[in-house]
Ligand binder design. Sequence first.
Ligand SMILES: NC(=O)c1ccc[n+]([C@@H]2O[C@H](COP(=O)([O-])OP(=O)(O)OC[C@H]3O[C@@H](n4cnc5c(N)ncnc54)[C@H](OP(=O)(O)O)[C@@H]3O)[C@@H](O)[C@H]2O)c1
Length: 258
Amino acid sequence: MPLTALVTGATAGIGAAFARQLAAEGSGLVLVARDTARLESVAAELRAAHGVPVEVLPADLTDAEATRPVLDRLAERDRPVDLLVNNAGMGLKGRFWQTPLADQERMLALNCTSVLRLSHAALGAMVPRGRGDIIVVSSMAGFAPGSRGSYGASKAWATAFAESLAGQLTGTGVHVSAVAPGFVHTEFHQRAGLDMSKLPDLMWLDAPAVAATALRDHRAGKVVSVPGAQYKALAVAARLVPRNAARTITEAFRRRAL
Ligand SMILES: NC(=O)c1ccc[n+]([C@@H]2O[C@H](COP(=O)([O-])OP(=O)(O)OC[C@H]3O[C@@H](n4cnc5c(N)ncnc54)[C@H](OP(=O)(O)O)[C@@H]3O)[C@@H](O)[C@H]2O)c1
């Protein structure tokens, strides 16, 4: 039986790359984002290219009421969602105190609360079924203390959340992993108003490679996936370097490159 994957933030960047790869493998899809016209356009492209069933579920995941249909779809027993990709996320420009509180709250609602809500709904159906998969799109920023203010903190939460679920779910047949990409060419930085022109080329990843690595590592049983050799090395360094030194290094990098 073909599998069904629900991908949030599926109209751009890493989410669209997940959707394209999964559709190419023959997976049915449920695509979630806010922009209905863009969702319909991606859905039409994937149906035509791969002949898979594609549903669209427009929703602003920062809004509890608007998220309700997504939770209901994840909870459906007779139309199971086999894989949830918690991908939608956002960043912000500027120091924490210089950014409007409402924007900070919106970012936390998307990067953390919506991941919590969707995972809760999905697991309520997956655990009794004895199978299912969840991938949380986190970030290298979650490993680097102090690097990106509340964005980095939200991604530290996302990685820790996925790791803790992976432990709790041992033996249930349900698997959870986090993928922690570095900088990826997507709409993310433009949406946040970040100038990335000083970032060296070797620090950039491509969205299709990130999605492919995340899926491959998840299927191999890895709980935390780090795409790209350069970021694998940095992830090891982040574990070995004392946290106060890591804070100094990441802040120096931020001032130079961002
Ligand atoms: N790009 C990077 O360098 C990078 C690095 C590490 C981690 N990440 C993480 O990767 C994930 C995907 O980012 P990306 O770079 O692919 O971003 P992107 O190109 O900006 O795409 C964001 C996607 O999320 C959707 N979205 C945004 N706000 C939403 C909301 N409130 N409700 C529902 N959907 C929403 C967008 O569609 P609509 O606007 O139509 O809603 C779009 O489909 C995020 O979690 C991000 O933190 C990105």
